[in-house]
Each structure stands twice: as structure tokens, then as C-alpha cells.
Design a protein around this ligand. Structure first.
Ligand SMILES: NC(=O)c1ccc[n+]([C@@H]2O[C@H](COP(=O)([O-])OP(=O)(O)OC[C@H]3O[C@@H](n4cnc5c(N)ncnc54)[C@H](OP(=O)(O)O)[C@@H]3O)[C@@H](O)[C@H]2O)c1
Length: 292
């Protein structure tokens, strides 16, 4: 494609081999964006062959390969950078994507950040804070989607919780505004298809709950006793290591619960519901879907 040809409707999504990126593609299609105007990218095109078969434009884009990113952004109007899963390498990877977007001159770049990024003390927040700063100096029209936790962080562990009759964590009575990935994806698709989004910052999350409330709801719906077992942070790290996680990863997970306990994953303002135009998926429905 000639780099000077710009289809003003073309929307690029990164990380579409992953859960959230793929759901953003689906949400864009649901909003009526024609499949050829959605550019789904992944570092391995085999992983998104099904999207190509449905008429979605697919391009290879590896966050560590600037040439692939430059090629992927040709002719793109708007884009969303789904944060990388490679914690520790993310800042450089994200900068590569942002540079490619800037070279291409996109009219909007959305980024999936973390809740309360400006003040968050979570270990996981540092990469997002540095990426947000890089975005601000890029000169690009940027919109920030600061996502709280995924409900799936817990619902994907339902078999383990039912096996042990316990949800284990170190989050105390902290409230988390978790929402489903599908709801965050619907919000992203809205931002990418609405006008006048540059400069906006959305703090996104669902109806808050405690892990005790989550365990109680899981117990009701499964018909099996499940309680929330709260551990001191160090004990939780040890438990996660005992389950086979490397120390650094266990530490990050336990630190996330520490932040949750201190309210760092609680968001207010109703931005998610405003963007998706309906109530966010309730915890009970998310559990029901996973049990089904
Ligand atoms: N809010 C939360 O609760 C929460 C929880 C977990 C993660 N996150 C963050 O949100 C992001 C999206 O969540 P998710 O559930 O969709 O994660 P996911 O399913 O693990 O997807 C991560 C995506 O990042 C891609 N990726 C990693 N390194 C890449 C590279 N060098 N070049 C191109 N793509 C690369 C992966 O590609 P491959 O398929 O090729 O590996 C995959 O498509 C995560 O990456 C993480 O930053 C948030």
C-alpha cells in the first residue's frame, strides 16, 4: 500500500492473538466497522488466521521489531496499543509501537493502561506510567483506557477454588472494580469509533466487590462451600511459589493484592458504563457464564 494513501476508517488493533485484542476486534465488528477496515495484528499471523478468513485485514506486528510495526501502520487512521504481556520488556516494546504510530501519523492512538495510573504504587503500574509519559511526549493524539482488573483473573481459577473450597489472596476487605474483558473491549471499540476522543482519560471498571463477596457468590452459584482465605502478603507469596510460580511473579501477584486492599484498583466515575451504553456485566453473571 502507498503510505500516502490513508483510508480514514482503518482501525489497527495490536495483540489480537491475545484475549483482549481479539475481543476488541469482535467489538469493532459488532459496532458495524467493516471487516476489511479492521487491521488485526499479531507477531504470529497463524494465531489470527481465523480473523483473516472472516475478512479482517491481518498484518504481522512484533513489538520488538520496528520494521514490522512500520509496515503494519501504513495507511492506518486510528489504532489501539494493547499493553504487552511481557512484563519487564514492555516499556521498550510500547515505545516501538508508539514510534511507528507517530511516523505513520495516526489520528488517534488508544492505550490500555492501569487503573489510577497517576497515583498507583503497584509494581505492575510502573511500565504503564512510563508508557503514558512516552505517549505524552510523542505528540500523538492519545486516549488512555485505564483498565482495572479483569473479572477473569478470578473466574478462570474457578476449578481451583472449587477444588479447595477457598479463594486465597492477600486483598483483605479491599474493593476491586473488576470488569469482564469483553466490557473493556466494548469500551475500547467505542472510543475507536466515536469522534473527539483525543486527550481523554478513562478510568474503567465494573461494580466493585471484595474477594469475600466473590467467594460467597461463587459458593451460592456452584452450590459448594467456598470461603475467602486472606493471608499476610509474605505468606501469599510463599503459597504462590509453592504452586510453582517464580518468586518475581509471585511477588507481583501478591503486590497486586496489596494494592487492591489499599483501594488502588477501585475506580469511580462510571466511564465504562458511559462508553458501552449499558450496565457493566455483573459479577454474578460473569460467574454464571464461567460455570456454564
Ligand atoms: N487488567 C488486568 O486484570 C490484566 C490482567 C492481565 C494482563 N493485563 C494486561 O492487559 C494486556 C491484555 O490482556 P490479555 O488478557 O489480552 O493478555 P494476553 O491474552 O496474554 O495477550 C497478550 C498479547 O500480547 C501479545 N504480545 C506479547 N509480546 C508481544 C510482542 N513482542 N509483539 C507482539 N505482541 C506481543 C501476545 O502475543 P502472543 O500471542 O504472540 O504471545 C498477546 O496477543 C496484557 O498483555 C497485560 O499487559 C491486564
Amino acid at each position: 500500500m502507498n503510505p500516502n494513501e490513508r483510508n480514514t476508517m482503518t482501525i489497527l488493533v495490536t495483540g489480537t492473538s491475545g484475549h483482549l485484542g481479539r475481543l476488541i476486534v469482535e467489538a469493532l465488528l459488532d459496532r458495524g466497522v467493516p471487516a476489511p477496515e479492521v487491521v488485526a495484528t499479531a507477531r504470529n499471523l497463524d494465531s489470527i488466521a481465523d480473523l483473516a478468513a472472516r475478512g479482517v485485514a491481518v498484518r504481522r506486528a512484533d513489538y520488538t521489531d520496528p520494521a514490522s510495526l512500520k509496515e503494519a501502520f501504513i495507511g492506518v487512521d486510528k489504532a489501539i496499543l494493547v499493553s504487552s504481556s511481557e512484563v519487564g520488556n514492555r516499556v521498550t516494546q510500547h515505545a516501538n509501537v508508539i514510534d511507528a504510530a507517530a511516523d505513520s501519523g495516526v489520528s488517534l492512538l488508544a492505550y490500555t493502561s492501569i487503573a489510577n495510573a497517576e497515583t498507583s504504587t503497584l509494581l505492575l503500574a510502573a511500565d504503564h506510567q512510563q508508557t503514558e509519559q512516552y505517549l505524552m511526549t510523542s505528540g500523538l493524539p492519545v486516549v488512555l483506557l485505564r483498565n482495572s482488573w479483569y473479572v477473569e483473573n478470578w473466574t478462570e481459577q474457578i476449578p481451583v477454588a472449587l477444588e479447595h473450597g477457598a479463594v486465597v489472596g492477600a486483598a483483605g476487605d479491599g474493593l476491586v472494580s473488576a470488569a469482564t474483558r469483553a466490557d473493556y473491549a466494548a469500551a475500547a471499540a467505542a472510543v475507536l469509533t466515536l469522534d473527539d476522543q483525543a486527550g481523554k482519560v478513562y478510568e474503567l471498571g465494573g461494580t466493585p466487590f471484595t474477594l469475600g463477596e466473590y467467594a460467597a457468590e461463587l459458593s451460592v452459584q456452584s452450590g459448594q462451600p467456598v470461603t475467602y482465605q486472606d493471608l499476610p502478603t509474605d505468606d501469599y507469596v510463599a503459597l504462590l511459589e509453592g504452586a510453582g510460580l517464580p518468586h518475581a511473579v509471585a511477588n507481583v501477584y501478591a503486590d497486586a493484592d496489596r494494592g487492591l486492599k489499599e483501594g488502588e484498583l477501585l475506580v469511580e466515575g462510571g466511564h465504562l458504563e458511559q462508553l458501552i451504553g449499558r450496565p457493566s456485566t455483573q459479577l454474578s453473571d460473569a460467574i454464571k457464564q464461567h460455570l456454564a
